[in-house]
Design a protein around this ligand. Structure first.
Ligand SMILES: CC(C)(COP(=O)(O)OP(=O)(O)OC[C@H]1O[C@@H](n2cnc3c(N)ncnc32)[C@H](O)[C@@H]1OP(=O)(O)O)[C@@H](O)C(=O)NCCC(=O)NCCS
Length: 166
């Protein structure tokens, strides 16, 4: 009960905002922390991560959202409406480890899905590391389906129509 209350009060205080370039320093820290135990699937080193964040920003800055708690950035997600005509892509999704499991990912993810759906996309895709069970379970809960594998990466896809009945 107590943890449920804590969870809902945290999520109520959470703000989801569009990223600003000046947030990048903080995003690098959050990214490094979140991938500490998943290094096979992450960029390594300050310069590489910064380059990657710039690439994400260039792809679609309108779909790049940060989660803020008391003005501190604790997670982010990058949705790309420019990936293909019909398909949006979620390129990146992280929550700082000490805030994981509290529903923050859920709020970020739903913001990104809504953004892509409203942009007129028919479906959304993403790639996830083969051993990243937590993230894979997360995506399956949202109706994403496994569509194949390249090396250590698994591809997942969700059609908006099937889930939303539109
Ligand atoms: C994937 C990630 C962003 C999820 O963020 P999060 O804030 O922990 O997610 P939430 O708290 O919203 O959890 C949503 C669901 O994830 C699952 N989940 C969360 N924490 C979990 C844990 N500790 N153990 C097992 N499942 C867990 C639950 O199914 C939960 O659903 P529920 O609320 O119905 O129980 C986060 O774990 C993360 O940053 N991971 C490292 C980076 C990464 O792997 N990114 C994805 C790359 S493809």
């Amino acid at each position: 009960m107590e943890s449920k209350l804590l969870k809902s009060s945290l999520v109520n205080k959470l703000k989801i905002e569009k990223v600003r370039k000046k947030d990048f320093e903080k995003l690098i820290k959050v990214y490094e922390e979140a991938y500490r135990d998943l290094k096979d699937y992450a960029e390594e080193g300050y310069e590489n991560i910064l380059k990657y964040l710039n690439w994400l920003y260039k792809q679609d800055k309108e779909g790049f959202f940060v989660a803020k708690l008391n003005d501190e950035i604790i997670g982010f997600i990058c949705a790309d409406k420019n990936w293909t005509k019909d398909r949006g892509e979620i390129h990146e999704f992280v929550v700082s480890p000490k805030y994981q499991g509290l529903g923050i990912g859920k709020k970020l993810f739903e913001t990104a899905l809504e953004y892509l759906r409203k942009s007129g996309k028919k479906c959304v895709g993403l790639w996830v590391g083969e051993k990243n069970e937590k993230a894979k379970n997360f995506y399956k809960k949202y109706g994403f389906e496994y569509k194949g594998k390249i090396k250590i990466w698994e591809k997942y896809l969700k059609k908006f129509e099937e889930v939303d009945g539109e």
